[in-house]
Design a protein around this ligand. Structure first.
Ligand SMILES: Nc1ncnc2c1ncn2[C@@H]1O[C@H](COP(=O)(O)OP(=O)(O)OP(=O)(O)O)[C@@H](O)[C@H]1O
Length: 240
């Protein structure tokens, strides 16, 4: 019986054409015992190519938790996550890692660059992980991406010797390294001043739009949210 209802629900919620990612009825609890919190309450969501969606809402409503599930960095207790024709919510760790490396780019509030590596080496990391290109191809692509984010002159600069805005631009180039179909960003401009926020947001959306990526970003910044194509407000673990 259980198998039948699972098959039926998979057939009904498989991604429709024109969607890069779709999730259905995601449920997530966090914490243990008395501290256990029902963070996501049957959240459904989808994002289309070349579309920038902002997820907004009060602190603690579940935005980052949802982004982590969409990015296959965490597993839900219930629901489905469809990317590239597969339901990844219940897939094996290997399949989830493969899909993450192939389809998903991340930009976080903190850049998480390897500070002792150059800008070029940082951008090459995801390509090395995927293992599909030669060193020469990876180098060319990393140079092209750094050029695109305005850092063509600083490809060999150590990440630690770049400014905060420059480090975030390297992080964007790194996120786009494997041409992901989905770019997930958690407060990508949260550590930057107004000028650099605008530069980084414009850059991220322009590059992603040029390559048809779906961008899903979590932000508390109303100016950034207002400039997205869609704004999805969340409250208490659901979209409102
Ligand atoms: N490991 C954990 N154990 C228990 N509760 C947790 C854990 N991690 C997060 N939470 C709780 O889950 C809820 C959702 O957290 P989440 O980080 O998704 O919120 P958010 O909307 O992104 O908040 P913010 O805007 O402040 O970043 C919060 O109430 C948080 O306290």
């Amino acid at each position: 019986m259980k198998g039948v209802s699972q098959n039926q629900s998979q057939a009904s919620s498989a991604p429709r054409s024109g969607e890069s990612i779709r999730c259905e009825r995601l449920v997530r609890y966090l914490g243990e015992g008395e501290g256990r919190v029902h963070v996501l309450r049957e959240v459904s969501f989808s994002a289309a190519p070349s579309t920038v969606t902002a997820i907004v809402g009060p602190s603690g409503c579940g935005k980052s938790t949802l982004l982590y599930l969409l990015g296959l960095l965490d597993r839900p207790e219930g629901g489905e996550i469809w990317i590239g024709g597969k339901n990844l919510a219940t897939a094996s760790d290997e399949q989830r890692t493969q899909t993450r490396n192939e389809h998903i780019g991340f930009v976080f509030q903190f850049h998480f660059l390897m500070l002792e590596f150059t800008a070029l080496e940082n951008v090459m990391i995801p390509m090395r992980k995927l293992g599909r290109l030669s060193v020469a191809q990876m180098t060319d692509r990393a140079k092209m991406l750094l050029e695109a984010v305005g850092l063509g002159a600083k490809t060999h600069r150590l990440a630690t010797h770049l400014s905060g805005g420059e480090q975030q631009r390297v992080a964007i180039a790194r996120a786009l390294a494997n041409q992901p179909s989905i770019l997930l960003a958690d407060e990508p401009t949260g550590n930057l001043d107004v000028k650099n926020s605008t530069v980084v947001f414009d850059l991220m959306t322009r590059l992603a739009r040029e390559h048809g990526q779906a961008i899903v970003l979590v932000t508390h910044n109303p100016d950034i949210a207002q400039r997205c194509d869609l704004v999805r407000p969340m409250r208490d673990g659901v979209f409102v």
